[in-house]
Design a protein around this ligand. Structure first.
Ligand code: BMA
Length: 318
């Protein structure tokens, strides 16, 4: 992974003032990413000084210089939910046919669930519902159906770090006929105790290559005083993505730069958006293609790291 020389790519200083909610904001991190109308599009997670969460859209011609919208994103219909929603965050974007689906975490009073929204134009967003029966986070949709069913990987929230937040140590795969009702199928991968990825969760949505689905994930080492978040990669079977073909033994990106080590939550790189530049005629990512990975750094700013599909595959088999 190569960090972009302009990192951190987006910081709190780039966020336009949008009174009353966004004035002199605290942080911007964990963006969703997708190509839309030949432009790079990010959905930025922003916190104000009340630690309230908002989303802003950012658009770019080159994936490096982003213009940030002055309009806070609203999810139409979310106001109909009959319980307190504290935060919606960590949006992951998947295009299925001509619709862009956004899956995200929802901090409710009771616990954390997955929510789903759809948009066709990134102007209007329709909230589709709370889409997990159990506490869960890091839900990412596959961009196509399998035997008529939608699939996602997700990370059940069923594990508490000592004196810390509730999190999880496995990525599972779930299926659905309608995107709203989901049934867990099997465990895809589990945390490796004592090593870099003791706790894990899906990163950006999976990408199809001729060798399998590349699923980036974050791994958390918990055996230090403070947890360390890093990035790793899984290769999943093309026909049956619940099956792991291979998994990176070491992390491929870890907090090293000051903006990754110091901030709201120190020592965090959290990959949430991935752009593949080139696909072949059948829709597989080309091995030679450059890959841009947008990640949250220290829950404070947005970083960009690049690699290629070939290098990600090599890392799986290394
Ligand atoms: C995870 C999520 C992310 C966050 C990360 C590091 O559990 O809450 O949103 O970026 O922790 O604090």
């Amino acid at each position: 992974m190569k960090r972009n020389e302009n990192n951190p790519l987006i910081t709190r200083n780039n966020i336009p003032g949008i009174p009353p909610h966004l004035v002199d904001v605290t942080s911007v991190f964990n963006p969703g990413a997708v190509m839309y109308n030949d432009k790079y599009l990010l959905l930025l997670r922003i916190q104000n000084r009340g630690r309230k969460t908002f989303w802003l859209k950012a658009i770019s011609d080159d994936g490096l210089n982003f213009e940030i919208d002055k309009k806070i994103i609203e999810l139409d219909g979310i106001e109909k939910i009959n319980e307190t929603i504290h935060h919606v965050y960590d949006p992951r974007i998947t295009k299925i046919d001509d619709v862009y689906y956004i899956m995200f975490a929802m901090d409710l009073e009771r616990d954390c669930r997955l929510g789903l929204a759809r948009t066709n134009d990134f102007e209007e967003y329709k909230f589709l519902g709370i889409v997990s029966d159990q506490p869960s986070r890091n839900g990412v949709l596959f961009p196509e159906k399998f035997k008529g069913k939608y699939l996602r990987t997700e990370r059940p929230n069923n594990f508490q770090i000592k004196d810390g937040p509730i999190t999880g140590n496995s990525i599972i795969i779930s299926e659905s006929s309608d995107l709203l009702n989901w049934e867990p199928k099997s465990i895809v991968a589990e945390g490796r105790k004592f090593y870099w990825d003791e706790l894990i969760g899906s990163g950006p949505p999976p990408v199809k290559t001729r060798k399998g689905w590349l699923q980036l994930y974050h791994g958390v080492a918990t055996h230090f005083n403070n947890p360390v978040y890093q990035l790793g990669v899984l290769l999943l079977d093309l026909e049956d993505p619940g099956k792991v073909i291979s998994r990176s033994t070491q992390n491929i990106l870890e907090p090293r730069e000051l903006y990754e080590m110091v901030g709201q939550v120190p020592n965090v790189v959290f990959p949430s958006g991935m752009i593949v530049e080139e696909f072949d005629e059948r829709g597989y990512a080309k091995e030679s293609s450059e890959v841009k990975i947008y990640y949250g750094a220290a829950d404070t700013c947005v970083g960009l790291a690049t690699t290629t599909i070939q290098e990600l595959l090599n890392e799986c088999f290394n």
